[in-house]
Design a binder for this molecule. Structure first.
Ligand SMILES: NC(=O)c1ccc[n+]([C@@H]2O[C@H](COP(=O)([O-])OP(=O)(O)OC[C@H]3O[C@@H](n4cnc5c(N)ncnc54)[C@H](O)[C@@H]3O)[C@@H](O)[C@H]2O)c1
Length: 317
């Protein structure tokens, strides 16, 4: 297959590019390197089936041209502002990159005659749901972050283009993803903080936030499962581990891995920041019914992430 991967230089996108190349597919990676890294494409760049386009997804002529050239069987749209936390500091960013950017990708697909899309949304769209594990059809009337709101709008566009233009639109709602090439989130922040000062660790919230996570390799396996079984029209899958980990347990695993015993100072309150959901646990029966199951446990996913960060300290800048 020909695959067109937006955000292909990022954590999840580059792992997907490597996986696609190892399966014999051709990949066009479209990325502006705002958070993506050359380092992550080192292996992909050695393949003669890999092509890189350095541009912004919001530039319709550029992305349309690149898609015309690639003639993709599938577009995997990962490019986004993936930083949930700072939405209230820069209120245009999620709207522009995640919502308008997703419209631009869909419009480029329509113009180029590309008809199959994989889109990474988030479990944050559920806001603070009443039902756990949370199924895809749970009511979620309130949005608690600009990031979640922008992704939900993106989902709406994927659904409308799927109905309007006979496209296949596969939406994944992800929990927090861990593993090699992870560059943002609590494990990154804790390891960075403890490298600077191994005697003290500041933790946002009371440390009892209870969340499901997923190893990036399990996520990519889920993408392939859905791609192989996709049907025309829109579809939505939750993806995440059934297990959860409280933040205090993550702290324990990370400290043990680093061999440090800091004073852990909790900021207090049930949320780490405005828009943080104190509990995230998604019902994954729908993707499991297609034959997918995670292979990596959560403590292992945290450990793998810490090991990768320690081996690549340049990621801390
Ligand atoms: N990592 C997670 O835990 C998680 C959880 C839920 C959803 N997601 C979603 O998965 C996708 C990938 O996330 P990630 O963790 O790999 O993030 P990431 O920041 O590592 O990757 C995003 C990539 O998109 C590129 N990009 C950003 N804006 C762009 C633009 N305007 N034009 C072109 N390229 C642009 C960046 O350079 C980067 O390579 C995102 O859509 C994110 O919202 C991630």
């Amino acid at each position: 297959m020909n695959l067109f991967v937006t955000g292909g230089a990022g954590f999840i996108g580059s792992t997907f590019c490597d996986s696609a190349l190892s399966r014999g597919h051709a990949v066009t990676c479209f990325d502006d390197f705002s958070t993506g890294k050359e380092l992550f494409l080192a292996e992909a760049g050695r393949s003669d089936r890999f092509r890189l386009v350095r541009a912004d997804i919001r530039d319709l002529p550029q992305i349309h041209g690149a898609m015309e050239a690639a003639r993709p069987d599938w577009v995997a749209h990962f490019a986004a502002n993936a930083d949930v936390r700072r939405g209230t500091e820069r209120t245009r960013r999620d709207l522009e990159i995640n919502t308008i950017g997703t419209w631009t990708v869909l419009e480029a697909m329509r113009l180029a005659g590309a008809s199959r899309l994989l889109f990474t949304s988030t479990g944050s769209v559920y806001g603070e749901p009443a039902v756990f594990p949370t199924p895809e059809d749970a009511p979620f009337p309130e949005q608690t972050s600009l990031y979640g709101a922008s992704k939900l709008a993106g989902e709406g566009l994927v659904s409308a283009y799927s109905h309007g233009f006979g496209m296949t639109g596969v939406v994944f709602r992800l929990v927090s993803v861990l593993g090699p090439r992870y560059t943002h989130g609590h494990v990154f922040d804790f390891v960075r903080g403890l490298r600077r000062d191994p005697t003290r660790l500041d933790v946002l919230g009371d440390g009892n936030q209870t969340k499901s996570y997923l190893h990036v390799q399990d996520l990519i396996a889920g993408f392939w499962t859905a791609i192989e079984r996709a049907r025309p029209g829109p579809s939505v899958y939750n993806i995440g581990h059934d297990d959860t980990l409280i933040v205090r347990e993550s702290v324990r695993i990370i400290c043990a891995k680093l061999g440090v015993s800091p004073d852990v100072v909790y900021g207090g309150g049930t949320r780490g920041w405005v828009g943080d959901s104190p509990r995230i646990q998604l019902d994954t029966r729908k993707i499991r019914a297609l034959g997918w199951a995670p292979r990596h446990g959560l403590p292992e996913a945290v450990s793998d992430t810490v090991e990768y960060l320690l081996a690549n300290p340049e990621l801390f800048g």
